[in-house]
Design a protein around this ligand. Structure first.
Ligand SMILES: Cc1cc2nc3c(=O)[nH]c(=O)nc-3n(C[C@H](O)[C@H](O)[C@H](O)COP(=O)(O)OP(=O)(O)OC[C@H]3O[C@@H](n4cnc5c(N)ncnc54)[C@H](O)[C@@H]3O)c2cc1C
Length: 476
């Protein structure tokens, strides 16, 4: 359904996490505001978010968590090879605790705050997941009388004398177009992870990249901005979710809660490439983004484990804390039945064999027997002198039957494409604002990263979505 009116103080393009945060902020500021959402439902990938970043939040203060903000800024700048914008990152860090407190004041609840894997203790976990937070923000925006329309997309920005003056929208159900007048437009479309052509600009390995997004993050915001004169800016970072079961037949989200996936990607007993050679210390998966990058250095990757590992994981428990996986029980008790079910339906990503020679021959991994002999010898000495995996995670692969799971790389979101200033105004090639055009969330989050998303600062994209939506409105 088209909006009720044709002119607004502010039109927000995208009803995800950043768009909803902006909508509430606009309500607080009494702006007549319309939120356009191209999907049939609100929330975007914000619905799946686990937690949001904050520094010096009330929760952290209560938990006695202190963070040296200068050190944090330095660490993130170094991690990004100084491709991140120091002032923008500083502004986010300084405001992030207050942003979490603001969300709480709106009724959003968090269960805990702490680190994720080896990281700063910044991630505030949403009670009920991101979807619960989205519902709270929507309810608050409704109280302010913010208008929402779904199945309506932004197609083109209109300009008058260089200023943004409105936009052309499309009813996705009927195919009809309409023009809206608005002196302020905020792009909050969630980045470009679901646009393979744009992803290809970041990495040529699109084949084994598996998006776990809702499919709507197709880079619309950046393309609208570019057409209005915005700079094509650093499409640097993809938020890799580490290894993921590489299933060519089923969408990636089907495996998100799979215990086989956790065994193959998070336990990471032994990873080999298309020749059957080891190529990395598998405990790189403590940082899911690094793990994704490492997997992408190879043409194909297989996670190899034996029956002893399956029995151990199922009955005794994890060898390694499953840091970044939603699957974090003490034991992977469903692993044997998941394996049987997958073998029963001849899942192409899972191979079982009685011997290593048979596994190598089934998969064409010529060097696998030699790799295994070498790896088990290293396990015997307790030191991975090849790649330096922590000795606690050196687990032998010796007792058949043996299993191989093919891995791809999960992707949650892609950042970059639009450059903004500290007011979240979109900038042109010369560094000047495209007047009245703002961007928030993943559309603008390329400002915070270099070539690799920084899970060292966990919850940063969700924290940025809330901060930047609010920040943009504060500066209108
Ligand atoms: C499975 C998963 C888990 C995640 N977990 C975390 C986490 O724990 N912590 C974290 O920090 N980040 C996480 N993320 C990253 C997440 O993308 C962001 O934190 C957050 O959703 C970004 O908010 P956003 O508003 O930019 O995008 P979104 O929340 O995705 O919202 C964008 C919205 O814009 C709409 N849209 C797009 N184009 C148009 C158009 N042309 N017209 C109208 N509407 C349009 C989309 O349909 C969508 O609803 C996760 C992502 C995924 C996929």
């Amino acid at each position: 359904m088209f909006p009720k009116k044709t002119d607004y103080d502010l039109v927000i393009v995208g009803g995800g996490l950043s768009g909803l945060a902006a909508a509430v902020a606009a309500g607080e500021k009494h702006l007549t505001t319309l939120v356009l959402e191209k999907g049939r439902t609100l929330g975007g990938d914000g619905n799946y978010v686990e937690g949001a970043m904050g520094v010096d939040s009330a929760m952290q203060k209560e938990a006695g968590i202190t963070i040296d903000k200068t050190q944090l800024l330095q660490d993130e700048l170094n991690y990004s090879h100084y491709e991140a914008s120091a002032p923008h990152l500083k502004k986010l860090i300084d405001a992030s605790g207050a942003t979490i407190d603001w969300l709480q004041s709106l009724g959003v609840s968090f269960t805990k705050v702490g680190p994720q894997g080896k990281s700063w203790p910044t991630i505030h976990t949403f009670e009920g997941g991101g979807h619960a937070a989205i519902e709270k923000l929507k309810a608050k925006a409704d109280e302010f009388g913010i208008e929402f329309v779904t199945s309506v997309s932004a197609q083109r920005l209109m300009q008058s004398n260089g200023h943004i003056s409105g936009l052309v929208i499309k009813n996705e159900a009927t195919g009809q177009y309409r023009e809206l007048t608005a002196p302020n437009v905020l792009l909050a479309t969630g980045g470009y992870v679901d646009n393979p052509e744009l992803v290809k600009k970041r990495t040529p390995f699109v084949g084994c990249l598996l998006t776990v997004s809702d499919g709507k993050s197709t880079g619309d915001g950046m393309q609208l901005a570019w057409a209005a004169g915005a700079q094509h800016y650093s499409m640097g970072a993809i938020q890799y979710g580490g290894g993921a079961i590489y299933d060519r037949q089923t969408p990636p989200f089907v495996h998100m809660m799979s215990q086989l996936g956790a065994a193959a990607t998070q336990e990471a007993i032994l990873w080999v490439n298309e020749r059957g050679e080891r190529f990395v210390n598998e405990d790189v998966n403590d940082n899911m983004c690094h793990a994704g990058s490492a997997i992408l250095t190879q043409s194909r990757v297989f996670s190899i484990f034996d029956q002893t590992a399956v029995d151990h994981l199922a009955k005794v428990g994890l060898y390694k804390i499953v840091g970044n996986s939603p699957v974090s029980p003490d034991t992977l008790d469903k692993l044997p039945e998941e394996i049987e079910a997958d073998l029963g339906k001849h899942a192409p990503y899972l191979t079982k064999a009685d011997s290593i020679d048979e596994l190598a021959s089934k998969l064409g991994l010529a060097k696998l027997p030699a790799t295994l002999a070498r790896y088990n010898a290293l396990v015997g000495t307790g030191a991975d002198t090849d790649f330096g995996k922590n000795r606690d995670y050196l687990t032998a692969v010796a007792d058949g039957p043996f299993y191989a799971v093919e891995l791809g790389v999960g992707m949650a979101c892609a950042l970059g494409g639009i450059r903004v200033n500290d007011n979240n105004e979109v900038l042109n090639d010369y560094g000047y604002a495209v007047p009245r055009l703002f961007a928030a969330g993943n559309d603008a989050a390329g400002m915070l990263v270099g070539d690799t998303y920084a899970v060292t600062l966990p919850g940063s994209t969700a924290g940025y979505a809330a901060f930047s939506g609010r920040n943009a409105v504060a500066n209108m």
